[in-house]
Design a protein around this ligand. Sequence first.
Ligand code: MCA
Ligand code: AMP
Length: 504
Amino acid sequence: MSNPLFDALLAPHIGKDSPFLILPDGAEMTHGAFLDLTCQMAHALRAAGVGVGDRVAVQVEKTASALALYAGCIAAGAVFLPLNTAYTPSELSYFISDADAALVVCDPSAVAALTPIAERCAARILTLDAAGAGTLYAAALSQPTDFDPVARGQNDLAALLYTSGTTGRSKGAMLTHANLLSNAQALAEAWRFADQDVLLHALPIFHSHGLFVACNVSLLAGNAMIFLPKFDQDAMLRFLPRATTMMGVPTFYTRLLDDPRFARDLVAHLRLFVSGSAPLLAETHQAFEARTGHRILERYGMTETNMNTSNPYEGERRAGTVGLPLKGVELRVCDPETRAELPKGEIGMLHVRGPNVFLGYWNMPEKTREELLEDGFFITGDLAKIDQDGYVTIVGRGKDLIISGGFNIYPKEIEMFLDAQAGVKESAVIGAPHPDFGESVVAVLVPEAEGSIDLETILAAAKTALAGFKRPRHIVIVDALPRNTMGKVQKAEMRKTYADVFQP
Ligand code: MCA
Ligand code: AMP
């Protein structure tokens, strides 16, 4: 019986004593020990009543146990649903109930807040803490270290990842075994990952970048990962000498460049730096090369599609571009209105097709039909051009989206929250350039005719309603929003007006 992801990413490591996870306290976990824990997790999931195809919603800190839980879900045929640790209980409530989770795994400190939410969909709650211990871990430890993986087909779901949408309602992207495996294979080959590699891993593991790009590629190639719980400048500088490769969002690179200790000698031996999730400024690319001699390899992807393009490992890495389509991936640039394909070099909506493209949105057949076309192409929402050599440049977004430090924020969600606050007649939210996060959130509020806006109360309410990275960092109160003759709020105009609010 086959289980594509288990067979390719996990089974080869059974009993192997090669290092897999190097933890910041110096502890190491071998591939074999990771597989033992994976199998124990799979048994524990089954014992907790998780059946084949059931969703396991997970909001926990980044630990070896958390990664083994992901791997255990693959083995047990469950669907892994990772959630940003910054989400508040009110945000989590939607994901857990929309996905109709069978099990919620959270930090012990969140149990009280999540119990009523889990009860509504008859989900059980187990815990993993920041040390990787907790009730799930305890349950796993009493289980056998071998497990017969549940048979799964290429098109069976492996993961459900929520991405917010322009309507303010998040959509669960259904990712199959074939989606994840084909992308790991394409990336490992494109980036020449091999078992001697040591990847410095400081990304969160609740998104595609840190989980699928970094961990699936590493599991496929059999390399080790220095597994930091989060990005920490001192730890990065301490561990870079042990790494052969690093992956990060642009903020990682700008923060390293801001540190005088980040010197050429420290990274001379590394073979590859990869950037993605947000645009890497050409000037960051150039400053990095000037400081280190390395040309960062930029790639482009989406939750719905995994990775689509990459600059070449060998060959020209062009700053400001996201490179060429990955093996098996087809791209086209189309007129956003008519969807007619445009000639090379013209700017339009980027469409993508390939084994990497998701199955559709969970319980949203209409939304799926709008964005995933009958011919298999997915409308990315990104505006792009493809040059004569095939290099893709993302020139803008056709979707109203802010990317802050690699996290996506949909203005609509913040506007819906602000519009509901006392004294607010209406609001508009935009992203403005930010020296650390690339972009950050600016909110423009219009007060009710008779009322006044109490910003302190609104900020206090935001703390319970919105994850920290989504909260506005700059708020302006105006008499009226700029609108065009059709009455549409002119966000492009607003982006110009507030372009400098975060500049030093
Ligand atoms: C944390 N904070 C943020 C962000 N992160 N604010 C804005 N944007 C952020 N990204 C706020 C917290 O709410 C808190 O504020 C304060 O900063 C300190 O929190 P801390 O966690 O200590 O922050 P940090 O360590 O400075 O984190 C910044 C970070 C982190 C290292 C850039 O956000 C990060 O690791 N980002 C990577 C995101 C990622 O993996 N994206 C991939 C998505 P307060 O004190 O007010 O509460 S996958 C994807 O996009 C596609 C598929 C792709 O192509 O990869
Ligand atoms: P997510 O919803 O987290 O999957 O974010 C996907 C979006 O991030 C894409 O649609 C792009 O807008 C953006 N993105 C990811 N990688 C890059 C990149 N290298 N350059 C520009 N934008 C990127």
